[in-house]
Design a protein around this ligand. Structure first.
Ligand SMILES: [Zn+2]
Length: 396
């Protein structure tokens, strides 16, 4: 189901499947609703025939097998709706699993207020859509208690739960000329967001770091030699080679070794360097995978970045991507992965350039004479007037 097209194709298949299955069944359901792989069926022909119907469904295709859950205490959940039987009618309210703990985004969490109030608004809106009128008040009261338990004040809850009129929504949407996505940093990006709002630019705040980013992956680590990506081969003279491969790093290293042995300098820059004047001993054992990157263009860009970071490289310039100098500022502020390679005599190799040394080799960034507020005002007026970026550059 990795492709964005998969759900569409699966749905087309299921539509054809259910049409054929219901058409060929001896007894048919009174009602059949399906959402992706969940179906809600009203059956009026008795339990035995219902089991026959399930067997009939499961005989249609070996990969499509249904399981069945029937009503208990005259109620049955379907998605997040609890359907209740009342005489000849069906009532409905919000369904929560028995294990649900009513834990939502806490009021003290490091998120922008709009995200916190968004949780209240979304759950209130869901209650209004799903609940029938007689269940709505009890559901809203349940939500109020849950929000209070999650640290929200009564005032914030009532303000967020109030019905938003379509007119207000429309005015907001009509006046917005653009959207900006910013990481939420308290007292920094929310101030920028306020300035942007004055110019009708809506800001969407994103959390800076999530727990899974702190914990990292729990999967077993792959052998670096089996990965594709960008790698670094050091030489005894202190220089390094930055390479990229779409196959495994191990396979590419074997090719470099063979080129060195056979003197194929045209095939490998490593071989050319190893056979050049001076004492060069290529340390294949000290080879490092700098980044596991998939995709041809991504690998080329990453290789160019690593070449810029390692100014002591012996790469052939004509074989690598030329990187726009606009990236120098960011690249010079990123750390170069340290090398830990010893010579046969135990002496340290020449160290890689430090961030300061890299900085000296890159031109300084131009300083803007306008402050942030002025620049935002200029950018938004350009968007309004439809000025192109080229024209905008000349106007600065
Ligand atoms: Zn060398």
């Amino acid at each position: 189901m990795g492709s964005p097209l998969s759900p569409v194709i699966a749905n087309l298949f299921m539509e054809q499947f259910e049409e054929r299955a219901i058409e060929t069944s001896k007894h048919k359901p009174t009602t059949w609703f399906r959402y992706v792989d969940d179906t809600f069926v009203v059956w009026s022909a008795g339990m035995d025939k219902l089991n026959d119907f399930l067997r009939h469904l499961n005989s249609q295709h070996p990969s499509i097998q249904f399981t069945m859950e029937t009503e208990k205490d005259q109620q049955l959940p379907f998605l997040d709706v609890l359907v209740r039987k009342r005489g000849n009618k069906l009532g409905h309210t919000v369904y929560r699993k028995p294990t649900h703990t009513d834990r939502y985004l806490h009021a003290l969490s490091n998120h922008h207020q709009s995200q916190k109030y968004g949780v209240i608004r979304t759950l209130t809106e869901r209650a209004r859509r799903i609940c029938e009128p007689e269940n709505l008040q009890s559901e809203l009261e349940h939500l109020r208690t849950a929000f209070e338990a999650n640290g929200y004040s009564r005032r914030d809850i009532e303000r967020s739960m109030c019905v938003r009129t379509p007119a207000r929504k429309e005015i907001e949407e009509r006046s917005t000329i653009s959207q900006a996505y910013l990481p939420y940093i308290p007292r920094v990006t929310d101030r920028i967001g306020r300035i942007l709002r004055r110019h009708d630019v809506r800001t969407i705040f994103k959390p800076t770091q999530k727990i899974h980013q702190i914990i990292g992956s729990v999967k077993d680590k792959r052998d670096p030699l089996s990965a594709a990506g960008v790698y670094r081969i050091p030489c005894s003279c202190g220089k390094v080679y930055i390479g990229t491969t779409k196959r495994s790093m191990g396979t590419r290293l074997k090719e470099h070794k063979a080129s060195c042995r056979l003197g194929q300098t045209e095939k490998s820059a490593v071989a050319e360097h190893a056979l050049s004047e001076g004492d060069h001993e290529i340390n294949f054992e000290g080879c490092t995978l700098l980044a596991s990157v998939n995709g041809f263009q991504n690998r080329l860009v990453r290789e160019a970045i690593e070449i810029r970071k390692h100014s002591n490289n012996f790469n052939r310039k004509e074989e690598t991507l030329s990187l726009n100098p606009i990236w120098n500022h960011i690249i010079r502020n990123t750390r170069v992965m340290p090398l830990d390679i010893k010579t046969p005599t135990g002496a340290e190799r020449a160290p890689l350039p430090t961030a300061t040394e890299v900085e000296q080799t890159t031109p300084p960034m131009p300083r803007y004479k306008y402050n942030l507020r002025t620049r935002i005002r200029q950018s938004t007026s350009r968007i309004r007037n439809g000025t192109t970026s080229e024209e905008a550059r000349h106007s600065c």
